[in-house]
Structures are given as structure tokens and as C-alpha cells.
Design a protein. Structure first.
Length: 367
């Protein structure tokens, strides 16, 4: 599998006229090598030049990890003294002969520290964004990747079912988030979740990316729960909104509107369709109901080894959907100081259209 991914990378590099890539720890490095590294105070960079074994510039204490990859790599280890780190970069570049090379970077990952070491070691090289390459590399999932994502969805849904009976007036947002995290780990999620659960109640639910607080649930609240699990590095990302007792009629109206928008967005996807058209399908429902100004974000985003990746589901995105692409559909309406609703599902494009990987009930549930 690793070799096939490297071959795909070589094709993309040739298409974009990139000689070499430089990767920080992150999903793309793991995708290519099968190895997990983390950003820390010491630099770690993989350099890959077409037709050659990659070079891993890394702390010596991490060297044992290389035995866990089927990909053969050169190792350039260094010790704890920062004054020696630049020489490790110079040594790697000397072996690779990168005078005047175009070196592609993952701009959302590359830090100033590593960038400085790279530029100092190769002053004649041109460092250019290569995010399109890395997006295209990972955007279509194979059967094993989809299997892991299905399992991540199942774990997340199982965890919420376990926690739901504990949700009642007087319980705090942070307590719910903690219970949900423990339940996902107990159900089999990787220890590193895709993100910390969002649990937002009452007026807090009008903030799409609210962090859980000590606020206690009250009758009449909307409760937004946005959560996800991870399996073998692959993510799920779901949202459901609940009612704590009976709702104000306007809050019930926005719930039903978002439900219709979610249904339209999930149904819209198919091979060859521009990703932006999925956004249009969901957004039209909310616009026609008169709540367009309160739908303040895109309809969704790609999903895989990262909770947010390509394809991004926003109006105007012409990227064509293909079988094997996975993304979220998560329309929302957020009424300031009153409450918000979001319903999010994970969607897979198949040759015949779009199917939902998630099936947790979407109809309004009163707790």
C-alpha cells in the first residue's frame, strides 16, 4: 500500500513540476509512511525526491520508529543540542543535490522553525505551496480507509447512545463532553480523537464552534453535540441537536428547517457534480425559509485522516466529486443569544450517488 501511495505521489509531483517535497509530522507523512510523529520543540522533516528513498531528518530518540514502516528510508538523526540540528539538514540536502530545486510544502503544516532550517540548507532552492498535491493524494479513499471511517462512525454513534440517558436539566456541558469522550474510548476509538467534543446549550448553541462550559442544562434549551471518533487514524465527525423539554416555536421551526437542509445536502452528491452544488442544495432550503443570514458557515468539508480536509463544500467550489470521496453535510441556523441547530452526517460518494455513513436518528428528540 505504501509503495502504491508513493507512486501516486510521484505522478502528482510530475504533473505539478515539483522535484522534491518536504513534510512535517501530520496526516500526509503518516499516510505515506505508516508512521506517527508529532510536532514538538525538535524539528522532524521527511524529504522525498522522485526516484529516491526518502530522507527522515529527526531526533535520534525517534529512530526506532522507522522499523515500523515498509517504506525504506535514509535516516539523518540528531541529538538534543540545537546547535547541531542545522548540520543534519545540510547533510540530507548534500546527498540529495537540490541546487535550484522546486520543493513543495504543505503550507498548513510547515512551521517557521523547519522552514528556516530548510532554507538555510538549500539557499538556491525554491519553496512552493504543494497543498493541491497532498489534497489530491488523499481525497479518494480506498476500501480499507472507508472501512475504518465506517467503524469510527459506529463508535461515535454507540458512545452517544450510551451517554444520552445521562443528559438532563442540571447536567453541565463539560460533564457531557467528558462522558462522551470516555464512552468513545471505551467503545474502541483511537486515543487521539479528531477533536474535543463540542457541547453547547441554550444561547451557547448559537456559536458553531463553542467550547463546553460549566453551564447547566435548562428546560427549553437546544443542545448541540458535535463529536467524532478515530479508527486507525481515520475520523468521523457528527452533530446532533436535542431539545431539553419543550421548545419555543421558533426554535422548533429552525430545527425542522435544518433537518430539511441536511436531507437535501445528503441527497445532492453524485459523481461529476461540483462540490459547491451540495452547498447550494442545502443553503437553498434555509434561504427559502428566511434564515439565510443565520447560516454562517459552509455546508461541509472533506473527512478522512483529518477532520477537515478536501473537498470543501462551499458555494463556488468547482472541484468535481468522485467515487471514494468522503465529506460532511452539516447545515445550521444560529439565532444570536437564543439558540442554534446543526445536523451533521458523514457522506460517501459511490458510482451511483451519495450514501450516508451515519444513521443516528435525525428527527427532533426531546430529552
Amino acid at each position: 500500500m505504501t509503495e502504491a501511495r508513493i507512486e501516486h505521489l510521484k505522478e502528482l509531483m510530475s504533473r505539478h513540476k515539483i522535484d522534491t517535497i518536504a513534510l512535517n509530522p501530520g496526516s500526509t507523512l503518516t499516510y505515506l509512511t505508516g508512521l506517527e510523529f508529532h510536532l514538538m520543540e525538535r524539528p522532524t522533516v521527511m524529504l522525498y525526491q522522485k526516484g529516491h528513498k526518502p530522507f527522515m531528518i529527526m531526533p535520534g530518540l525517534e529512530s526506532a520508529k522507522l522499523t515500523g514502516s515498509s517504506l525504506k528510508m535514509h535516516s539523518v538523526p540528531f541529538g538534543d543540542d540545537p546547535s547541531t540540528w542545522q548540520e543534519a539538514f545540510r547533510a540530507a540536502f548534500k546527498h540529495m543535490n537540490l541546487e535550484g530545486a522546486r520543493i513543495g510544502l504543505e503550507t498548513t503544516r510547515m512551521r517557521f522553525m523547519e522552514m528556516n532550517y530548510l532554507q538555510t540548507a538549500a539557499p538556491t532552492a525554491r519553496f512552493v505551496p504543494a497543498d493541491q498535491i497532498f489534497g489530491d493524494l488523499r481525497v479518494v479513499k480506498d476500501e480499507n480507509e472507508i472501512k475504518d471511517m465506517r467503524r469510527a462512525v459506529d463508535i461515535a454513534q454507540q458512545a452517544l447512545r450510551e451517554v444520552l440517558p445521562k443528559i438532563k436539566p442540571g447536567v453541565t456541558e463539560t460533564e457531557i463532553a467528558g462522558e462522551l469522550t470516555i464512552a468513545m474510548l471505551r467503545a474502541g476509538s483511537d486515543p487521539e480523537l479528531p477533536f474535543s467534543p463540542i457541547v453547547a446549550s441554550g444561547p451557547n448553541s448559537a456559536n458553531p464552534h463553542a467550547a463546553p462550559t460549566g453551564r447547566k442544562l435548562e428546560p427549553g434549551d437546544l443542545l448541540v453535540i458535535d463529536w467524532g471518533a478515530r479508527v486507525n487514524g481515520y475520523c468521523s465527525d457528527l452533530t446532533r441537536t436535542f431539545a431539553i423539554g419543550n421548545l419555543d416555536p421558533e426554535l422548533e421551526l429552525i430545527y425542522n428547517t435544518v433537518l430539511l437542509a441536511n436531507t437535501a445536502g445528503r441527497a445532492a452528491g453524485k459523481p461529476g457534480l461540483a462540490a459547491g452544488e451540495v452547498d447550494c442544495a442545502a443553503r437553498e432550503v434555509i434561504d427559502q425559509a428566511g434564515f439565510g443570514e443565520f447560516f454562517t458557515h459552509r455546508t461541509g468539508h472533506g473527512l478522512g485522516m483529518e477532520a477537515h480536509e478536501t473537498p470543501y463544500i462551499f458555494t463556488g467550489n468547482s472541484e468535481k466529486l468522485e467515487p471514494g470521496m468522503t465529506y460532511t453535510v452539516e447545515p445550521g441556523i444560529y439565532l444570536p443569544n437564543k439558540g442554534g441547530v446543526r445536523i451533521e452526517d458523514d457522506v460517501l460518494i459511490t458510482p451511483d450517488g451519495a450514501i450516508s455513513l451515519s444513521d443516528y436518528p435525525r428527527e427532533l428528540t426531546i430529552l
